[in-house]
Design a protein around this ligand. Sequence first.
Ligand code: AMP
Length: 443
Amino acid sequence: MRDGFLVSIFRQTVRGMRDLLSDEAEMLRDIEEKARESAKLFGYREIITPILENYDLLAAKIGEENRKRMYVFEDLGGRKVALRPEFTASVARVVATRMASAPKPIRFFSAGSLYRYDEPQFGRYREFWQVNYELMGSDRPEADAEILSISNNLVWDLGLKDYSFKINSVGIIRSVLDKERIDEEKQNEIMQLLDKKQQKEALALVRRSGGSQKSLSILEELFQLKGEENTVIGELKKVIENYPEATKAADNLSEILRLFKSTNPQCSVTLEAGFARGLEYYTGIIFEIFVSGINIAVGGGGRYDGLLDLFSSGSGSIPAVGVALGIDRLALALQKQGATRQREDNIQVVVIPVDDQSRIEAFKKSSLLRKKGIKTEVEVMGRSVSRALSDADKKDVDYAIIIGPEETEEGLVVLRDMKKRIQEKHSLEEAARIIISHMNLEM
Ligand code: AMP
């Protein structure tokens, strides 16, 4: 008798964790593969870093909200470790500690699962998958524009329609706060509130931190500014005309967009001067990608020039910019837009032995077929030929190869065309030729 308590535990996954059955798993891997192709096209080489990292590495600069949501525990050696909530810290660690003097820029691609103790809801899980592109070693707008382009390339290649980039530069709001001498810690809190769209609360915190009335009204004006980047940038520059650092940030944003738009003129870009992201390490452009039909971002990124210095032993600073796209959400967006996945993995052939004596022959023949690249399943349930054939019908198999003592004696097999419901004897070579020419026709 099985323990009832254990059975009830096995029935469900840990909250926020999912089993991805084959259709979902294959979809996830398809998207990952497309992202890998984009990486290769743009010269990003893949790296694999551990899922488990030192807590302190991951906690540095990730932002209070994200820090609270990490899966943290002590390993058996007493080390404080955590499941990675993002890739950037790990990639930054690799570059800062092992590649500080390598030729720049360094372009890295990563893909894998991440863990955040978020409240589960539509498109938000505690284990989810991302593809990630990081470009390290350049502080120039070309680098930022490339990261926008590779993101656009992937979303476009996946076949998503009606998507847009929401962008801003953290330099704009931060330089207003700098002028008010609001310290970094308070600034981070203010940015976190903005990330959660709590603008009133953010303004109240600026006031409590000693921000002047003038700064408050400038911030309020900034928070109203959103729209197509070409039209908004002019208004934005008027609002911040007395803030040289903010003006520099806005000019930098303009230049990035000019470069990006030169090769992606159709891409919709909205500038939102009150938009912030939760991660503390951003220093320049920040952006998110939204697809119509799902009201959550499918990707996000930005420039983070100081992060690598934090992990290096001071051999010169390495500026960086990157983006992460959520595979689960890209899949949701594709589903919403009605994109159907082309199944390429149908089994073409089922090999059925008619009796126990023919099992070895069935094994040998299936192995020969697979060597020719034919997807082949062998009957392993000991069923009668008619039951095995009716199962093959349900699975949409193209051909059955039936093997009995008589055929084995003759050196032949029975090849059954499952769609036409006709069967003939052939040598295995001839049967394979017929199947392959059918496969080529299908392609
Ligand atoms: P971030 O690492 O926070 O910049 O997020 C980048 C992308 O990862 C988001 O735009 C989402 O597509 C995806 N993402 C972030 N958190 C989650 C989550 N809890 N569940 C599913 N996808 C997520």
